[in-house]
Design a protein around this ligand. Structure first.
Ligand SMILES: [Mg+2]
Length: 432
């Protein structure tokens, strides 16, 4: 492993970049380890943590289950076939958040620049503080010790070190579990040759497939491919994003958890418990997701004017549209959604088509206060009604007051998703 050199023999901009010391800490098999920490009888056994409302989808598995090939996204019936002794545990996000908070409390002793990236991952910029602790490896060993003492002996984390967030995050995945790894300019090519494209934060399966199509299978290939070809395939902005990744460049700052992040979009994914052919049910579930998003918008005092969704099963419908007006009311949002669905109506309502995954989101957000007030009295009244509904739902639980359309549908429970795709949970955390 490379040890950070105290003196860098480079100059100018590169020296500046190299001078940063970013740590990425990622808990190993987090949800499952927390369950095993809380219940010693689960230790050493294959565990699958399931989504509270999906029930049939495994969202995290213990390292024992991972060894058998049971990972995030596995179906429970498939997993049970592989391992009949698999123990299924419903996710307990309230508990996971408690652990996360304890962890932030540990990290903040080492730097004021701690970013909670997801429920089980943090970035710490230790550039200004490393010298106070006798070096980086002393910080790492102290944090590891505190995790054992304050969170639990069964919980471990992996540490990635580099001069930016992109590479620190890649590094933490290389020596899992309980590992430490550093990426420097000296070993980056070696890592870029062997890492999977999807190991990079920002490259998902879709982008990977498109990269494969133009002959890119490693990060090193990505560096060597002509920029023009990238632009043709991905457009200018995304090509530049991929170019930066290929060169290991990332100058994004740490966003301290104390600073409420600017929410740029709000989204929600729902994995249906089975292949769903009943279109009314799908629409009801989708309505409920829109409602959840609308409530979050109003809590943040924001309105959106872009709406997008994807419905995936044996058909695949993706839509996104930006409007000339703003919205924060689920009925209106659902109406816009229905209009967008119109083009694919035949496909959607076809007897043999089913849906398994619903994703919905809104973006182009603006503070409600900045949007000129409606001249129409009915809009003003509507917003007062919505405020009253929010108050009641706040008091008696989400979805106490529901649209008549949902009367006979199952209630979806609202849970923090853990990945903070919409940063909504993070805005609450800033008040810690
Ligand atoms: Mg993790």
């Amino acid at each position: 492993m490379d040890i950070l050199r105290p003196i860098r023999l480079t100059q100018g901009k590169q020296a500046q970049d190299l001078a940063r010391i970013i740590l990425h800490i990622d808990f190993d098999s987090f949800f499952a380890s927390v369950e095993q920490q809380c219940n010693p009888r689960l230790r050493g056994k294959p565990i699958g943590v399931t989504a509270t409302n999906g029930r049939t989808c495994i969202i995290a598995s213990s390292r024992e289950a991972k060894k058998l090939g049971i990972g995030t996204g596995s179906r429970t019936y498939e997993a049970k076939k592989i391992c009949p002794e698999l123990i299924l545990m419903p996710a307990d996000f309230v508990n996971y958040w408690q652990v996360s908070k304890k962890f932030i409390n540990i990290c903040k002793d080492y730097s004021p620049f701690v970013e909670l990236f997801s429920i089980d991952e943090v970035f710490i910029d230790v550039t200004p503080t490393t010298h106070l602790f006798n070096g980086l490896y002393e910080i790492i060993s102290q944090i590891k010790k505190s995790i054992k003492e304050e969170i639990g002996e069964y919980i471990t984390a992996s540490f990635g070190i580099s001069h930016n967030k992109l590479l620190a995050k890649l590094a933490s995945g290389i020596n899992k579990p309980d590992g430490v790894f550093e990426i420097t300019y000296r070993n980056i090519d070696e890592i870029y040759k062997s890492a999977k494209l999807t190991d990079i934060c920002g490259i998902g399966e879709r982008i990977k497939d498109r990269l494969n199509k133009i002959g890119v299978t490693t990060l090193l290939d990505l560096r060597n491919i002509s920029h023009d070809l990238l632009v043709v395939e991905f457009g200018k902005a995304e090509a530049q994003f991929l170019r930066n990744i290929s060169e290991g460049k990332d100058n994004s700052e740490i966003i301290p958890y104390t600073q409420a992040p600017e929410v740029k979009s709000i989204g929600r994914n729902y994995c249906l418990p089975q292949n769903e052919y009943d279109k009314r049910k799908i629409l009801q579930n989708t309505y409920e997701l829109w409602e959840e998003i609308s409530i979050k918008l109003r809590k943040l005092n924001k309105k959106a004017r872009t709406l997008g969704f994807s419905l995936q099963g044996n058909i695949d419908i993706h839509k996104r549209k930006t409007y000339g007006f703003y919205f924060d009311d689920s009925q209106e949002v659902f109406h816009l959604f229905n209009n967008l669905l119109e083009d694919d109506k035949e496909k959607f309502f076809a007897k043999d088509s089913y849906i398994r995954q619903i994703s919905v989101w809104v973006s182009s957000l603006e503070d409600s206060d900045n949007i000129s007030l409606s001249l129409f009295d009915k809009d003003f009244k509507k917003s007062n009604v919505l405020k009253a509904v929010d108050k009641i739902n706040d008091k008696f639980g989400d979805h106490t007051i529901r649209n008549g359309f949902l009367l006979y549908s199952d209630k979806l429970t609202t849970v923090p998703n853990g990945y903070m795709a919409d940063k909504y949970e993070r805005t609450k955390l800033a008040k810690l």
